[in-house]
Write a protein that binds this ligand. Structure first.
Ligand code: AHM
Ligand code: MG
Length: 353
């Protein structure tokens, strides 16, 4: 039997858990020879806004923050009060932090100019994802993606800064507001997760070096739309049924993604008859999750192309998304490219009850 208490792996594990995120970020700064601490500061700013939003969510029921605000966002979706609160908190933190020259937000039609023209970074953010779960105390999240700007420092940021392929991300992450608040991020050197400790007011390293199992038995897709999927996606769903995989679908991307990354699984938001490009937005939903899952050892695709290779054409562009454990995503690809036909006459005997 392996002696875990003396293995190198165990030493690393024990040594790293418990480090406050601030210290972890400072230690890791050397991974960015070009950076002078601005990216570290930016990650801290996101963490700070995440703490404030954690409080707003926790008190939403008793402070009148539940429910709709009475307006719609650029995508015509009804805005919840907490959507708006989270948007304000994150944009304020990024603006005051001064490292970011422009923000792309799910809640804002146009590119937001923070007036920090000396900031070197651009952030794409979904301030509060999983709107349908906000009022029912189910996990929701913030998703973010960080790029270096393309235009010269000191000038007005433009769409050229915003419309960068996912391969250009320098960092990406999410904050999950669940049973605990968890901040998970990557800078391209693995994936690490930090749990918020309310007493200390700090994010503490709790999930060092997260990797996704190569295989899994969880599939996450909204099967309510099955009649609107194409045959390939329906084939894959039937394959999951045949394999007796477990269906798990929260309807909050962050929560579904996080569970699948830890346990092994596949998340699919395909194109449907109504929405040929799917629902999820490339810049602040697909790209950050794709960067994280690849760093954890998994795959992310739109069914044809690697997500990170897609050249964005618009701030709120949507893409079909499939991501997760390598073997599961590869099997999905076989199904959608019709290399797999499910057994139609399986000889299963059903027992009446
Ligand atoms: P939102 O940004 O309006 O909250 O929508 C995104 C969310 C994702 O978190 C989730 O994966 C998906 O919408 C669920 O959509 P559906 O209810 O169509 O299954
Ligand atoms: Mg969203």
């Amino acid at each position: 039997m392996q002696n875990y208490s003396t293995s190198k792996h165990a030493e690393q594990f024990v040594a790293s858990i418990g480090i406050p995120m601030d210290r972890f970020i400072t230690q890791r700064q050397r991974e960015f020879p070009y950076a002078k601490g601005e990216l570290s500061q930016l990650l801290r700013d996101l963490g700070l806004a995440g703490k404030v939003v954690t409080l707003s969510i926790a008190h939403s029921g008793i402070s009148g923050l539940e429910g709709l605000i009475g307006g719609t966002n650029v995508q015509g979706e009804e805005q919840q009060k907490l959507d708006v609160v989270a948007n304000i908190r994150f944009i304020r933190a990024l603006t005051k932090g001064q490292q970011v020259c422009a923000v792309i937000s799910e809640e804002s039609d146009e590119l937001i100019d923070t007036n920090n023209w000396h900031g070197r970074y651009v952030v794409a953010i979904d301030p509060l994802d999983g709107s349908s779960n906000i009022d029912v105390n189910v996990s929701i999240g913030t998703i973010f993606s960080i790029y270096r700007r393309k235009t010269p420092v000191g000038t007005r940021p433009t769409l050229e800064d915003a419309l960068q392929a996912g391969t250009e991300q320098v960092a990406a992450g999410y904050i999950m507001y669940g049973a605990s608040t968890l901040l998970v991020y990557t800078t391209g050197y693995g994936v690490n997760g930090f749990t918020y400790n309310h007493t200390l007011g700090e994010f503490i390293l709790s999930h060092p070096n997260i990797t996704i199992p190569e295989d899994g038995e969880i599939y996450s897709i909204n099967e309510g739309y099955a009649d609107d999927f194409n045959d390939g996606v329906r084939n894959y769903v039937r394959y999951c049924h045949e394999k007796r995989f477990r269906g798990r679908y929260i309807g909050s991307l962050v929560a579904d993604f996080h569970r699948n990354m830890i346990k092994g699984g596949i998340f699919i938001y395909p194109s449907t008859r109504q929405d040929p490009n799917g629902k999820l937005r490339l810049l602040y939903e697909c790209n950050p999750m794709a960067f994280i899952i690849e760093q954890a050892g998994g795959i992310a695709s739109n069914g044809i192309k690697r997500i990170l290779d897609i050249q964005p054409r618009g701030l709120h562009q949507r893409e079909p998304l499939v991501l997760g454990s390598t073997n599961m995503v590869n099997q999905f690809m076989d199904c959608i490219h019709q290399n797999y036909a499910p057994e139609t006459n399986s000889e299963v005997e059903f027992i009446d009850f």
